[in-house]
Design a protein around this ligand. Structure first.
Ligand code: CA
Length: 438
């Protein structure tokens, strides 16, 4: 994958809202989602964002505005999940991107045919854009791992394997939901440090995790592995991801096999998959400090060192029920950058398959909570409140150790730099409801 005409920052669209300076979805982005008109019995189908509109790919396939090769790809996007299209790999994604870029450009001859295929984003609802067969949660931010490790082991926060491999575990795919949903506060077993036995009840240390979501496109056969320099061609795209956590349930249950019910009750994705190709201008150097262990050969390459990381800015906001009722804006909890991740996406893909494990189209990775080094760059309440020891004071006087019922967490992300079009991700939001009666 290389920069091409679709990345030209001077391109504009005949969809005027795509040309605004702060637009999330300019013509250089063209992310995919699955949508339908809100509160309707319409079929879910694929769409591409352009400005404040969705280009309806099912309707577009019916117009036969494109040649048969492109029309076949559009038909793969016409149903309620994008797996078949994602599984076609990077070349197919690039072909459709180029065709849509040309058709949406200012002056395109196809404007008349495409115009009726646009639907305003404010009128639609989204679905999880593909069937997620397997979800794997990584732990790639060394700042987060260090901050959390310090709470338990102040002198030795990182475990010995951390700097040698991208730590991960198998998560739960069925509870991944699209932005705008509600979460019922989970219940489970917790045990206070000084108690003799655990008790059962609603989670009291409910937390968010600011992460990047990664969708696999073309998979690999069972028994074969993906080489690091091929890894990017297996990544269809990215979203913003909130991997909710019940810290008190986790603390009691996680040994010796890792997190279980503390993680499987909910995860929130932003609706749009921003493609790997759209993000090419924001690939940056990946490096490892000279006094840290250098990656084993299978996790290292010249290409990955030159452009393995992604300069993606992440923001997380909290709006409490009281703030909402008073019409107050959400409060910025933290902002971090995925470029600071200790392990990059190609290394996650390569490591995941090094044992011969097969990835499949639509499989999903969480990057792990992304935290920076400063107090305003933390990706969880656990870090902001030092494990619940320091209350966070909100501008309206409310206090938080962890999240309360009625709290809404809103995450967003974007890439921005001089000389390239801004690439936005939209947002991932969800609101916490009280636990069900026991
Ligand atoms: Ca996670």
């Amino acid at each position: 994958m290389n920069l091409n005409e679709t990345h030209d920052p001077d391109l504009t669209s005949w969809v005027k809202s795509a040309n605004l300076e702060d637009a999330d979805f300019p013509i250089q982005n063209l992310p995919f989602a699955v949508f339908r008109l809100r509160v309707s019995d319409e079929s879910l189908r694929g769409g591409v964002a352009i400005g404040d509109q969705v280009l309806d790919l099912a309707r577009l396939a019916e117009t036969r505005a494109f040649d048969s090769d492109i029309n076949e790809l559009l038909q793969l996007c016409a149903g309620p999940s994008l797996n078949a299209f994602m599984g076609r790999g990077a070349a197919a994604a690039a072909a459709l991107r180029r065709a849509l870029s040309q058709a949406l450009r200012t002056g395109s001859e196809l404007q008349q045919q495409l115009q009726p295929c646009l639907v305003a984003q404010e009128l639609v609802e989204y679905s999880v854009p593909c069937r997620i067969g397997d979800y794997t949660d990584f732990y790639t931010s060394i700042n987060h791992a260090t901050n959390v490790g310090k709470l338990f082991r102040p002198d030795n926060p990182l475990l010995p394997n951390y700097k040698w491999l991208p730590i991960g575990y198998h998560g739960r795919a069925s509870s991944i939901e699209v932005s705008g949903h509600e979460i019922i506060r989970p219940q489970g077993q917790t045990k206070a440090p000084d108690a003799d036995s655990p008790s059962f009840g609603p989670c009291r240390r409910l937390d968010y995790e600011t992460e990047v979501g990664i969708y696999i496109g073309a998979g690999n056969a069972l028994g074969e592995r993906i080489a690091i320099d091929d890894a990017d061609s297996h990544v269809f795209g990215y979203c913003i991801f909130n991997d909710w956590s019940a810290r008190d349930i986790q603390a009691w249950e996680y040994q010796p096999l890792g997190p279980f019910l503390s993680k499987s009750f909910a995860s929130t994705i932003s609706p749009w998959i921003v493609t790997s190709e759209a993000l090419l201008p924001y690939r940056v150097e990946w490096s490892r400090a000279a006094d840290d262990p250098q990656p084993l050969a299978y996790l290292d390459s010249e290409h990955n060192r030159s452009r393995g990381a992604l300069d993606l800015k992440l923001q997380t906001y909290l709006q409490t029920a009281k703030m909402r009722a008073a019409g107050e804006p959400p409060y910025l909890l933290g902002q971090s950058n995925f470029a600071q991740s200790y392990w990059c996406v190609a290394q996650m893909v390569t490591h995941h398959t090094v044992n011969g494990c097969n990835l499949q189209p639509g499989d999903f990775f969480g990057s792990g909570t992304q935290s920076g080094t400063s107090e305003n760059a933390l990706g969880s309440m656990l870090e902001i409140t030092h494990g619940g020891k320091q209350e966070l004071a909100l501008p309206n006087g409310e206090l938080r150790k962890f999240l309360a019922d009625g709290d809404c967490i809103i995450m967003s992300g974007h890439c921005e730099k001089p000389g390239a079009a801004r690439i936005g991700f939209g947002s991932a939001s969800a609101t916490i409801l009280p636990a069900n009666p026991i």
